[in-house]
Design a protein around this ligand. Structure first.
Ligand code: PRP
Ligand code: ZN
Length: 286
């Protein structure tokens, strides 16, 4: 029988939508009606399992899934022997200690002897040890933000993304412990068929990720500026240069990184570039 790669993603929550979008952008034709917790790609031997994100590493470890998309935070908290194949550039968040607003706590040192509710007891304990602060950790598996208002704890340690959950629960951030993002994980794989499917999936994920961080750029420039412009926007190897009908001018095509984009545009203009066009890139294969 043909092997199927099983990929676990978050059923609902911060990572759910973006995880499915990434897989769809990779060209996997998925039915995404979440009433079923299992779906198969119609055009690739890939099965998607919709699970609670916190359980995904355990499913992989116990061989109920081959790979998964989770926050790095989940791996950092639990010492499982899993591999991070790729950071995925979405689901960015921070693990923070938060306290009621208003309150007199100014730093972690002020939390000596208090109770801190958290779903991340190990990371929190390591952080408190570093700060030489003794506090008791009250472990909860969810809805941690409510703990201070119902008298369970004086502080919390939980993920913050937009900050709206802590704000709407009357809390303020006291200290950031770590930053995380979504990543593709799996366990050391030995089955050759699964390894081949995994390699194909990773090629697609990398291509989509690179496409998302890059822009296709086209511009006209005087021929005298070509050497400088080529240095500025080398792209993969070197830019394509096509002569314009106007003598002495060329059209230059290349790829720029989204992060450097505006700085590069300013420099291009200073070098005499005109008619700059910028287009999104669907996929970029090395
Ligand atoms: C996290 C965290 C907060 C929320 C913060 O939940 O537990 O509840 O996100 O986001 P905000 O700052 O944008 O309001 P997650 O999606 O990881 O789900 P879970 O904790 O239920 O697994
Ligand atoms: Zn979770």
């Amino acid at each position: 029988m043909l092997k199927v790669l099983r990929c676990a993603v978050q059923k609902s929550g911060r990572l759910a939508e973006e995880s499915v979008r990434l897989l769809k952008d990779c060209g996997f034709d998925l039915e995404t009606d979440r009433s079923s917790l299992k779906t198969s790609a119609r055009n690739f031997p890939l099965q998607i399992l919709f699970l609670r994100d916190d359980d995904i590493p355990t499913y992989i470890k116990d061989d109920a899934a081959d790979i998964g998309i989770v926050g790095e935070n989940i791996l950092a908290e639990r010492n499982l022997d899993l591999q991070v194949y790729e950071k995925l550039g979405f689901g960015r968040c921070r693990l923070s200690i938060a306290v009621p607003n208003p309150s007199n706590y100014k730093s972690v040192g002020d939390l000596e002897g208090v109770r801190i509710a958290s779903s991340y007891p190990r990371i929190l304990q390591r952080f408190l040890d570093q700060k030489r602060t003794t506090a008791s950790i009250y472990e909860l598996s969810g809805s941690v933000e409510i703990a201070p208002s119902i008298g369970l704890s004086e502080a919390i340690c939980d993920l913050v993304s937009s900050g709206s959950t802590i704000a709407s629960n009357g809390l303020r951030e006291l200290e950031i412990i770590a930053h995380y993002e979504a990543c593709l994980i799996g366990k050391p794989e030995s089955d050759p068929e699964l390894l081949e499917l995994l390699a194909k999936l990773r090629l697609r994920v990398t291509a989509v990720r690179r496409g998302r961080c890059s822009r296709y750029i086209m511009l006209n420039a005087p021929n005298s500026a070509i050497p400088e412009i080529s240095k500025l926007i080398p792209g993969e190897k070197s830019p394509s240069v096509l002569p314009l009908a106007d003598t002495g001018w060329s059209s230059i095509h290349s790829v720029v990184n989204e992060n450097d984009f505006w700085g590069v545009i300013e420099k291009l203009k200073n070098l005499g570039a005109e008619g700059i066009l910028v287009l999104p890139i669907g996929k970029m294969v090395a």
